[in-house]
Design a protein around this ligand. Structure first.
Ligand SMILES: Nc1ncnc2c1ncn2[C@@H]1O[C@H](COP(=O)(O)OP(=O)(O)OP(=O)(O)O)[C@@H](O)[C@H]1O
Ligand SMILES: [Mg+2]
Length: 265
């Protein structure tokens, strides 16, 4: 628990998401407090993205309770949930290809809290522009803000997704595989940016297969397997958890990560 809050910012209770007979999310519970950084890992197909889809209203839960600041959101639409304070990135690096980084981020800002319109506004307020510049700065994109998205390398596309989500000034930021496909140097760049967000007090749930990224950033780690939570706790306990090692990490990776964490301690 962070900041001494007694009520979680996000509370998920007995959440299920079925696709036909497949329970992609299976009786899942999670409490996230303001200021928390939660890392979710687990094998391909474990249900990690589906869980984010459920929280963000992209693909509603089949059953279960989801509360944001005590308000039930399980049956609310994605735009309403965004206005209530949850924003996210996606695994695919989608953007408006012919528009600049700044213009793309403005679209994110106009979809944020306070804008009740059906379509992104074409006239942007001073306050929106300020949110955009702040988001670009947090994502180290300010000096490249005029570049057109179709020309961007993968790293900048990933940062753009984060900037668009941050421009809504969310209470809770969900990040899905922010470093998938990046080289080690680029992973370090994104790690520094996320560390900056954490220092700003942004509450984050992040999904990642790159374990050094997940372990170094998250104060609490959750591992999913077949839609269920098989581990929740700190990084140290994770690396010695028999089930996590068996179904996800393997002995070699667990040993390597243990050495890495010991060196950094
Ligand atoms: N729209 C959908 N319709 C049917 N099945 C789906 C749908 N979305 C996901 N699934 C299935 O739900 C399960 C969980 O998928 P999900 O994408 O959440 O996994 P993941 O943990 O994010 O995996 P990865 O690490 O590969 O991104 C998988 O078996 C997947 O095939
Ligand atoms: Mg996924």
């Amino acid at each position: 628990m962070s900041n001494g809050d007694t009520q979680p910012l996000l509370a998920c209770r007995n959440v299920f998401k079925y696709f036909g007979g497949l329970a992609a999310v299976n009786d899942f519970d999670l409490d996230v407090y303001s200021g928390d950084v939660i890392g979710i890992g687990g094998p391909n197909g474990a249900g990690k993205t589906t869980f984010l889809d459920v929280i963000s209203g992209i693909n509603p839960a089949t059953s279960g309770e989801i509360l944001l600041d005590g308000i039930p959101i399980a049956n609310k639409k994605a735009d309403v949930i965004c206005h209530l304070g949850i924003s996210r990135t996606f695994q695919l690096n989608a953007g408006f290809e012919s528009m600049s980084i700044r213009e793309n981020t403005l679209v994110g800002a106009s979809f944020g809290r306070g804008d009740k319109g059906w379509f992104p506004r074409m006239i942007y307020s001073k306050e929106m522009h300020e949110r955009v510049e702040r988001a670009l700065e947090l994502c180290h994109l300010q000096d490249r803000a005029e570049l057109i998205v179709r020309d961007l390398p993968v790293l900048d596309r990933k940062l753009l997704l984060m900037a668009g989500a941050l421009a809504t000034e969310p209470k809770l930021l969900l990040i899905d595989e922010p470093v998938g496909g990046l080289n080690p140097h680029e992973v370090d760049d994104v790690m520094e940016i996320v560390q900056g967000l954490i220092a700003e007090g942004v509450t984050i749930i992040l999904i990642e297969h790159v374990m050094r990224f997940l372990l170094q950033l998250s104060e609490r780690v959750v591992i999913m397997h077949h839609g269920e939570k098989i581990y929740e706790g700190d990084s140290k306990g994770l690396l010695s958890d028999r089930k996590v090692v068996e179904v996800y990490l393997g002995e070699g990776t667990a040993d390597r990560l243990q050495h890495m964490m010991a060196e950094r301690a």
